[in-house]
Each structure stands twice: as C-alpha cells, then as structure tokens.
Design a protein around this ligand. Structure first.
Ligand code: SAM
Length: 228
C-alpha cells in the first residue's frame, strides 16, 4: 500500500521543520509541492534531492491523475505546500479529496504535523482558545459584510488570514463596525521571520500605531470576543 504523507513545513523560519518531516522528505519516492521553486529552496537548505511535481489551485485533472497514478503504482509521496500545514487554506486539501474519492486507490494517509500560522497567532494572542473559529481568508469583494458579521456574532475567539493588500481596508472596516470597533485584536505579521511584529489593540489603535508598515509581509488576525 502506498503512503501519502501530509507534511507541514515552516511558515518562515527553517528551524521550525521537524526531524520527522525531514526524515519523511528524505525517504519518500517523490514530493508533490504547491510551488516547486519554494520547496526546492527548503530541500536545497537541508541537502535533500528528490523528484518534485507541482500541484496547485489551477492544476488540471490530468495533473491530478498523474499523482493518483503514482499512488496506484505504490509510490510513497510527501505532499507539501508553500508554508505551514497542507490543507489549511491552501491547495493541499483538494488533492486529499481527490485521493479519498478514488475508491480503487489504497493509500495510507499520514499527517506529519508542524507549523501553522493561525495556531501560532492564537498561541501568542492571550485570548481564550479552548474553542475558536477559523475563517480562512477574508473575501476580496463580495461577502465582506457577512464575513465581518460572522466575526461579530462568534461566541469564540476568531482567527483569519489577511493579505497585505487588504489589511488596511480590513482594519478600517472593522474600526467602523459597531460591534467590532472596540474589540481587542492581535495582528501577527511575519511570524517566525526576521521582521516578526505583533500588534495588539483595537483596529483603529493598530492602524494608527502601524499604518503602512502593515502592508508588508504575511498577516494573521485574531479577534477577541470581548472588549477591554
Ligand atoms: N497552510 C498555511 C498554514 O498552515 O498556516 C496557510 C496557507 S495560506 C495560503 C497563507 C496565509 O497564511 C498568508 O497569506 C497569511 O495570511 C498566513 N501566514 C502564512 N505565513 C505567515 C506568517 N509567517 N506570519 C503571519 N501569517 C502567515
């Protein structure tokens, strides 16, 4: 039976890769990666040479079938994405769906856990995290009103991903939202990287503290249910 290892990779700092992840990457027959250029850098750093094939949001059915056929042939495959845990707001989950809906395929699916931006942000938030609501990325255009209302209505701490192009817009909208303007937020920028910065406060406090600096780098936002 072939094995499909779902391998978490760093969200920035290469020291965060686990010993087990490195061993699996060394042992598998090949690696399926979201962006082979990104994964090549990690492999080069750890002196791992392995055939790579790409799987991303725009992969064709033919490319999916290529992976399925390799599994049928009994190959062991590691699935990695550009950062963090595959399947969490990235194309990893889609490939797993394809594998699971191919009944004749006998594959053991093995998680190799590791970094995840949402969990890292929650871990330093100081907000209640016994339960939380993860909302993925905020929508580009349509659905933003509903998105913010979902945050406002949540009984639990909310965490979501934000793009540097939309962070200012999002914080402005939150600062104008009656039920969100006084909420405590944590905006985690560039976690585990050189310019890691954690901003705490309401949306308007963070906007005036950080301003345009926010638009540089990767961002995760956590929202407390209560105000200060
Ligand atoms: N699968 C990944 C994970 O486990 O965290 C998330 C993939 S999603 C496509 C990428 C988004 O995660 C980024 O746009 C950003 O919102 C967030 N993210 C990734 N790395 C981050 C970092 N170092 N600091 C803060 N947020 C990060």
């Amino acid at each position: 039976m072939s094995k499909l290892f779902v391998v978490a990779t760093p969200i920035g700092n290469l020291e965060d890769i686990s010993q087990r992840a490195l061993r699996i990457l060394r042992e598998v027959d090949l690696i399926v990666a979201e962006d082979t250029r990104v994964t090549k850098k990690i492999l080069f750093h750890f002196q791992i040479e392995k055939p790579l094939i790409s799987y991303h949001h725009h992969s064709s059915q033919k490319e999916v079938e290529k992976v399925l056929n390799l599994l049928k042939e009994g190959k062991d495959i590691a699935l990695v994405t550009d950062a963090g845990t595959p399947g969490i707001s990235d194309p990893g989950g889609k490939l797993l769906e394809e594998v699971l809906k191919t009944p004749e395929l006998e594959v053991e699916i093995v998680p190799i856990p590791g970094p995840n931006a949402a969990v890292a942000a929650l871990s330093i938030s100081g907000f209640p995290t016994d339960r939380f609501l993860f909302l993925g990325f905020s929508p580009h255009k349509k659905g933003r009103k509903t998105f913010f209302q979902k945050i406002a209505d949540s009984e639990h701490t909310v965490v979501f991903y934000e793009s540097p192009h939309r962070i200012i817009k999002t914080l402005k909208e939150m600062s104008e939202h009656e039920e969100l303007k006084n909420r405590q937020l944590v905006v985690a920028r560039e976690l585990t990287k050189k310019f890691e910065t954690i901003y705490r406060g309401t949306a308007s406090e963070i906007l005036s503290k950080a301003g345009e600096e926010l638009s540089k780098g990767e961002l995760t936002i956590a929202v407390n249910t209560t105000t200060r």
